[in-house]
Design a protein around this ligand. Structure first.
Ligand code: CA
Length: 235
């Protein structure tokens, strides 16, 4: 069964182009150019993934995303404008799984779609390190409870700053995937400290001092010249 993708984009040419590419890749596709209509379609239909533009007539994309996540959580990749930093931050905070900046190469969009669908399927069918319940990520005895903004190791609460929390969350969501400092910074801080990706090293140090050092585990691995990773099967 092919995945069903909803494209929400009011730039008709772009929407059509993406639609044709997705159909070519074997996906089932539905389109909408209006935020309000798209929200109705998403609430009533059964979509595996939604590509969501932000500047839309009817209802803006972020509002569509917020209402959707509240009523019917569905994986969303945001289509954002260049430099729309706050949109990216708000979008990820509101529950988007990813975003891509326009104009984008179709290959990059297709790659992100594959990742988003795979992650979603893995969560749904338990192939990955599945959260015990909604919004809870785990690694060994560590739990990160997103709704409660709480991190515990074997029942002991660990107090993290917001940035540390986001960085840990990003690593936990991508176990066994090496994340670059740029990616971590982008996902955890939402914007680019140009030339200051070493700030990531600082956060990693804080996290290690609060978790690895205290509980005697090796959670966060450094991959020289690349970035950081939490490995599922290694302690
Ligand atoms: Ca638009």
């Amino acid at each position: 069964m092919s995945a069903h993708i909803l494209i929400v984009e009011d730039e008709e040419k772009l929407a059509r182009f993406v639609e044709l590419e997705l159909i070519h890749e074997g996906y089932a596709v539905t389109k909408s150019g209006n935020g309000r209509q798209a929200l109705d379609m998403a609430l009533q239909g059964q979509f595996d993934l939604i590509l969501l533009d932000i500047m839309l007539p009817g209802l803006n994309g972020l509002e569509v995303l917020r209402r959707l996540q509240k009523e019917k959580p569905t994986p969303v990749i945001l289509l954002t404008a260049r430099d729309a930093v706050m949109d990216k931050v708000s979008g990820l905070d509101a529950g988007a799984v990813d975003y891509i900046t326009k104009p984008f190469a179709i290959e990059e969009l297709l790659a992100r779609i594959r990742v988003a669908l795979k992650l979603h399927a893995a969560h749904t069918f338990g192939a990955l390190n599945t959260p015990a319940r909604d919004g809870v990520l785990t690694w060994k005895e560590l739990t990160l409870d997103e709704p409660r903004h709480q991190v515990k190791y074997a029942g002991h609460e660990i107090v993290l700053t917001n940035r540390e929390f986001l960085m840990l969350k990003t690593l936990l969501e991508n176990q066994d995937i090496v994340l670059s400092r740029d990616t971590l910074l982008d996902r955890a801080c939402g914007y680019d400290f140009v030339g200051e990706t070493n700030i990531v090293d600082v956060y990693i140090r804080y996290l290690r001092s609060k978790i690895d050092d205290v509980f005697g585990v090796k959670m966060i691995h450094t991959v020289r010249g690349v970035g950081y990773v939490i490995k599922q099967d290694e302690s």
